[in-house]
Design a protein around this ligand. Structure first.
Ligand SMILES: [Zn+2]
Length: 387
């Protein structure tokens, strides 16, 4: 059981690392608009791929249907051939019987029986000879017919074999098509997840861009220069209580390799208040991403240095992009359990994932260990206050 839990945890962690959006680092409004355009381009390329994949699904389904129909046709033809063979066998038997009778006549006719003329109704000896010749011809003719019928039986048997081989081939084809179909369906699932993330990202960019425009930021002005990020002198814990269920950093796996956890996991029931770790500025909101769920990014200026914190698997938000937040501002409510699991496949239970970056960025390379800045208890220990 522990093994399974740790595997799930590792999967969760690996999703976390790769899902961190990297758009908080935009420095100017112009760059942010460019990133918005890139996200839109990615979305339309995703949509094109989706259409292509859906076309392929249609094509595979049609091919499977066509092959199934063809198999049915082959099976009908096999049945027809079987009936034909049966009929031919009956006919051969009948012809055989006729030949036997004719041969018996010939045997008798070539004997010395004086009543023959009478028996076979010939009116004269000439007539009798004539009749005998006809009988011989008939018998030959029947022999030939039987040979032809045997040939027909052979042909039908051959046809049956060919049809059976064809059915096998078609069944193989269907099997391959079903495999291809399953693959495309997986691709569609991935594309769908990406699409949801891209839509969330685009919406977040649009809110941001609009906010900075309304705020009066110039196109090429550094956004940091145009914002009011409150000054802070340190970081505190983002919830009133909790239990450290996972540390930041590399984790060795039970099975193979290792994986990276991009933050600290604080286990606590859903619906608990989440606060910013330091006063700051709400830079980004990601809504219902397929990995991480609802996420908030907050930019800070602590002792003159820039940082970004991220809060993931949120049940709901309590602030908007552009809000200035203080240590006592409830920014969100925690999730990660039943309420968010429907869309967030990267959570294993109710908890807050808390991550930290150097600078106003969410670039993976800027991740830092939250323990370096926040006084968290050791792993598997609880805390009951934010300080
Ligand atoms: Zn986490």
């Amino acid at each position: 059981m522990k093994k399974i839990v740790s595997i799930i945890f590792i999967l969760f962690v690996s999703f976390m690392v790769f899902s961190v959006p990297s758009n908080v680092e935009a420095k100017t409004l112009r760059q942010m608009k460019e990133e918005l355009a890139t996200a839109k381009a990615n979305l339309s390329s995703n949509q094109a791929k989706m259409r292509e994949a859906q076309e392929r699904v249609k094509k595979y389904r049609n091919e499977i249907n066509a092959s199934t129909v063809e198999i049915e046709k082959c099976q009908n033809e096999i049945e027809e051939a079987r009936i034909k063979i049966q009929e031919l066998e009956v006919e051969i038997k009948e012809k055989q019987k006729e030949i036997d009778e004719l041969l018996r006549f010939l045997q008798v006719s070539k004997g010395e029986n004086v009543y023959l003329e009478y028996v076979f109704g010939a009116t004269s000896f000439t007539d009798f000879i004539y009749r005998t010749a006809i009988v011989e011809q008939l018998s030959d003719y029947n022999d030939k017919l039987i040979d032809e019928m045997y040939d027909l039986i052979e042909q039908n048997k051959q046809l049956q074999k060919e049809l059976e081989a064809k059915i096998q081939e078609l069944e193989k084809k269907i099997e391959q098509l079903k495999k291809d179909l399953a693959k495309v369906n997986l691709t569609i699932d991935d594309l769908y997840d990406d699409q949801k993330d891209l839509n969330a990202e685009i919406k977040a960019y649009e809110v941001e861009v609009k906010f900075y425009e309304d705020y009066g930021c110039k196109l090429d002005q550094e956004i940091s220069d145009c914002l009011n990020v409150p000054y802070a002198n340190g970081f505190v814990r983002p919830t009133d209580y909790g239990y450290i269920s996972s540390n930041y950093g590399w984790r060795s796996l039970n099975l193979s390799g290792s994986n990276f956890h991009s933050g600290i996991d604080i286990a606590l029931p859903e619906g608990n208040k989440v606060y910013p770790s330091a006063p700051g500025y709400v830079a980004k909101k990601v809504i219902k991403s397929s990995c991480g769920g609802n996420m908030l990014y907050i930019q800070h200026s602590v002792n003159g240095k820039k940082y970004t914190t991220v809060y993931m698997h949120l049940k709901s938000f309590n602030v908007n992009v552009g809000d200035t937040v203080f240590l006592t501002t409830v920014i969100a409510y925690s999730g990660g359990g039943a309420s968010t699991r429907g869309y967030d496949r990267c959570t294993t239970g109710a908890h807050l994932h808390f991550g930290m970056f150097n600078g106003w960025t969410s670039s993976k390379s800027n991740l830092i260990n939250p323990r370096d800045k926040v006084n968290f208890p050791a792993i598997y220990n609880r805390y009951y206050s934010r300080w």
